[in-house]
Design a binder for this molecule. Structure first.
Ligand code: NDP
Length: 241
């Protein structure tokens, strides 16, 4: 029977590429989003993938949403915690609100996404947990103290979960994308992108969302069970961790 995958933030950007790649591999897929109804509706019309709206920062909403997804499509075998935001500023200009929003979505949101599916994975003796971290969680980044803290936190989460889940055939791994050409990165001013970011990427280009989706498909596979607690860097040779 087809495995079932949940992708948070799966309606656009990297998440959309992940949802589509898993569908193409034969998975049943549910994609979530936060508020962009128009993009989500277009994505469903385009792909046939069902979308669900909830805020990953809200535990009760996440648990209820996940229960609804499982009621509609069956138990979740693969969970991809992909939803994330940036609120960039130099540290001396970073407000407590900018800190809180990023922690709530990117770090607490990962807990809220994995925690409700974890008991079912343990009961069934199978699970694939994949967290989309970032190169900036590995190396740090000026202007992203909040974001880098959450993305480094992701690595602590998967390394700990890997040890807890291994006996139950549950793996937990992270992918650290470099700069990928999504709306998140296109929001960076073009001169900053051209003068500060692209020159640091030996590949000389931004990555494609499909190049991250490729890593997810690899880690999600039934025969990837011995790859556990690891991090795949996909960054065009920008940084080696
Ligand atoms: P986008 O901004 O293009 O898409 C973000 C997705 O997450 C959207 O579907 C959005 O929903 C959803 N989302 C945002 N906040 C919430 C929330 N509170 N609850 C539920 N869903 C939410 O992001 P990217 O595709 O660029 O990034 C995806 C992931 O990859 C993020 O975790 C990001 O940090 C990480 N990453 C991205 C890199 C890049 O270069 N782009 C590099 C390294 C890591 P909606 O459409 O409703 O807004």
């Amino acid at each position: 029977m087809a495995r079932m995958a949940l992708v948070t933030g799966g309606s656009r950007g990297i998440g959309a590429a992940i949802s589509k790649a898993l569908l193409a591999e034969g998975y049943k897929v549910a994609a979530t989003y936060a508020g962009n109804d128009e993009k989500a509706a277009a994505f469903t019309a385009d792909t046939g993938i069902q979308t669900y709206k909830w805020d990953v920062a809200d535990y009760a909403a996440s648990a209820a949403g996940i229960a609804q997804v499982e009621g509609d499509l069956g138990p979740i075998d693969v969970v991809v915690a992909n939803a994330g935001i940036t609120r960039d500023a130099a540290f001396h200009k970073m407000t407590p609100q900018m800190w809180q929003e990023v922690i709530a979505t990117n770090l607490t949101g990962v807990f809220n996404t994995i925690h409700p599916v974890w008991p079912g994975m343990r009961d069934r003796g199978f699970g694939r947990v994949i967290v989309i971290s970032s190169i900036n969680g590995q190396k740090g980044q000026a202007g992203q103290v909040n974001y880098a803290a959450t993305k480094a936190g992701d690595l602590g989460i998967i390394r700990s979960l890997a040890q807890e889940g291994a006996r139950k055939n549950i793996t937990a791994n992270a992918i650290c994308p470099g700069y990928i050409g999504t709306e998140m990165v296109r929001a960076i001013p073009e001169d900053v992108l051209n003068t500060k970011i692209l020159p640091q990427i030996p590949a000389g280009r931004l990555g494609e969302p499909e190049e991250i989706a490729r890593c997810v498909v690899f880690l999600a596979a039934d025969n990837a069970g011995f790859i556990n607690g690891s991090t795949i860097s996909a960054n065009g040779a920008q940084f080696f961790a």
